[in-house]
Design a binder for this molecule. Structure first.
Ligand code: AMP
Length: 196
């Protein structure tokens, strides 16, 4: 069973591809962004705290995010594998995930890096803002989210590259094309996929 991460800038299509990929790999997709949004909608204590950061395009503090992921990765359905979408995003989160996985004895198999250029991303996110009305999809907040990604998350690519885990995939093009690129790259690495 597969343990994989999906990393990419906001608007690279991570969420869409995560759902498809989790089906192809037959593992649950865990999106920290989705978990935070659902907490915001329900008005939980975590949601109230997270909303403040999310609406400003900032990362939710590591302490809150790490606790959430640690608890989710202890659920029975992830024993056979998982796909993490949007986590880790900081070096402290990488350390936390290493620690969680060391305790289970199951290392990561692969890190999929989805790339997309900035102009394309801003266009996509502004379109999504019109369609979904997300509070963090205004142009100012989008630009800030891209800066935060460049500062805090892009350095993780180097960390995972040194471990030989990164598969880089061009996120530009149709959703089907991108899925096909990712699944071919995973197949080439010997990751087990369900026939589509
Ligand atoms: P996403 O749906 O992955 O774009 O996440 C939406 C927002 O949720 C981000 O802009 C952050 O405010 C917050 N968030 C999601 N995942 C994380 C994470 N791993 N660390 C910190 N904040 C996160």
């Amino acid at each position: 069973m597969t343990r994989l991460l999906l990393i990419g800038p906001p608007g690279s299509g991570k969420g869409t591809q995560a759902v498809r990929l989790s089906q192809a790999c037959a593992v649950p997709a865990i999106s920290t962004g989705d978990i935070f949004r659902s907490n915001v909608e329900k008005g939980t204590e975590l949601g109230v705290k997270a909303a403040e950061f999310m609406n400003a395009g900032k990362y939710v503090p590591d302490s809150l995010t790490n606790d959430l992921v640690r608890s989710r990765l202890n659920d029975a359905d992830v024993e056979g594998g998982f796909l993490l979408d949007g986590y880790p995003r900081t070096e402290a989160q990488v350390d936390e995930l290493d620690d969680i996985l060391a305790a289970t004895g199951h290392p990561l198999d692969v890190v999929v890096l989805l790339t997309a250029d900035t102009d394309e991303i801003v266009t996509r996110l502004l379109k999504r803002a019109g369609e979904q009305g997300r509070a963090d999809d205004t142009e100012d907040v989008i630009r800030h989210r891209l800066e935060v990604y460049a500062e805090q998350t892009a350095p993780l690519i180097d960390i995972y590259s040194k471990r030989g885990l990164v598969v880089e995939v061009d996120g530009l093009g149709s959703v089907d094309d991108v899925t096909e690129r990712i699944t071919s790259a995973l197949d080439a690495r010997g990751i087990t996929l369900l026939a589509s």
